[in-house]
Write a protein that binds this ligand. Structure first.
Ligand code: ASP
Length: 315
């Protein structure tokens, strides 16, 4: 319950991936579906926050919506690995306690972000992968889905294209669609979550930044909550999510400057491309990306939802 005089500000930022605007990947129909998918995620998360719910509940709710959409590279709609299979990964982190959960190498689990949350709250561990993660999902009674649920024509075509043009088994960067959310709740707590199918044509067993705490996801009430998207290998090497938090916590930077420095300088310096969404303790949402597009959206107690795709879009 909110006490009189207590600050009830809340905010939520989401992303649906950063990358190259390949003509066929962003046809008008696709663009409309992306916008409506982002709006649906914002609505789901905002409903939680407006009702006084926690930032962890909000980021999970928002990411689940995006995982259930065929238009984002997470859950349903994920990209195919070099074997033409789907391997999912996700993470979640709570800023108040620094509790975190992550999963990778998942098959057939409908909402990886929910499994990451169960790892955080109901296991003694932070990160489970493969068989063990799937066994835990089964023990927890999480919803499964068959291959038809995850299969989408546009991802299969992208896979075939990648196999046609790529050197043997090279992964394909630039396909956007990884999803994430960051939130500040009315109790002043921050949380972040990220979920992905990874890169098209990735090697079997490859794990990106998405489930790596400090790379693709981070939250600390001392600084901010961050969710990243882009070429995972670079985000891991540059520990982008934690770097953004450190720039705020120790460097005294504001959220927008911290995100920009991490993406435009640290990530770009080693040749990486991608973006991040950040929310700080005051509820300011910041986006930074050095790619052509970043699918993104935000909403807060004080401002209606906005979604954007290109840099020029006001979001
Ligand atoms: N970061 C993800 C990965 O490398 C991909 C993406 O964000 O598009 O697996």
């Amino acid at each position: 319950m909110t006490r009189p005089g207590q600050d009830t500000a809340w905010s939520l930022g989401v992303h649906g991936g950063a990358g190259v605007n390949r003509g066929e990947a962003l046809l008008p129909d696709h663009r409309a579906a992306i916008r409506s998918g982002l709006e649906t995620a914002l609505t789901a998360g905002a409903r939680v926050l407006e009702g006084g719910g926690s930032s962890v509940d909000a980021v999970e709710a928002a990411v689940r919506c995006l995982e259930d959409s065929p238009w984002f590279n997470a859950g349903r709609g994920s990209v195919f690995n070099a074997r033409g299979e789907i391997e999912l990964e996700a993470s979640i982190m709570e800023g108040r306690t620094l509790a975190a959960g992550a999963v990778a190498g998942l098959r057939g689990i409908r909402n990886p972000v929910t499994l990451a949350r169960r790892v955080m709250e109901r296991s003694p561990h932070v990160f489970l992968h493969g068989e063990g993660a799937i066994a835990f999902a089964t023990a927890e009674g999480l919803e499964t889905a068959d291959a038809d649920w995850f299969w989408t024509e546009h991802r299969w075509k992208a896979f075939e294209r990648a196999r046609g043009i790529a050197q043997a088994s090279a992964p394909q960067p630039g396909e956007h669609g990884t999803v994430g959310a960051v939130a500040l709740d009315t109790a002043g707590n921050l949380a972040a979550a990220t979920s992905t199918g990874g890169l098209t044509n990735k090697w079997l067993g490859r794990i990106g930044d998405t489930p790596i705490i400090g790379a693709g996801c981070y939250a600390s009430n001392a600084a901010c909550a961050v969710s990243c998207t882009g070429q995972g290998e670079y985000f891991i090497r540059a520990t982008i999510a934690r770097d953004i938090a450190a720039l705020i916590e120790y460097g005294g930077q504001d959220a927008q400057t911290a995100a920009r420095l991490a993406i435009e300088q640290r990530l770009a310096k080693i040749g990486g491309e991608g973006g991040a969404v950040v929310v700080d303790r005051s509820g300011t949402i910041a986006f930074a990306f050095n790619t052509e597009v970043m699918l993104r959206g935000k909403v807060s107690r004080d401002s209606p939802s906005r979604v954007g795709i290109h840099l020029a879009d006001l979001c």
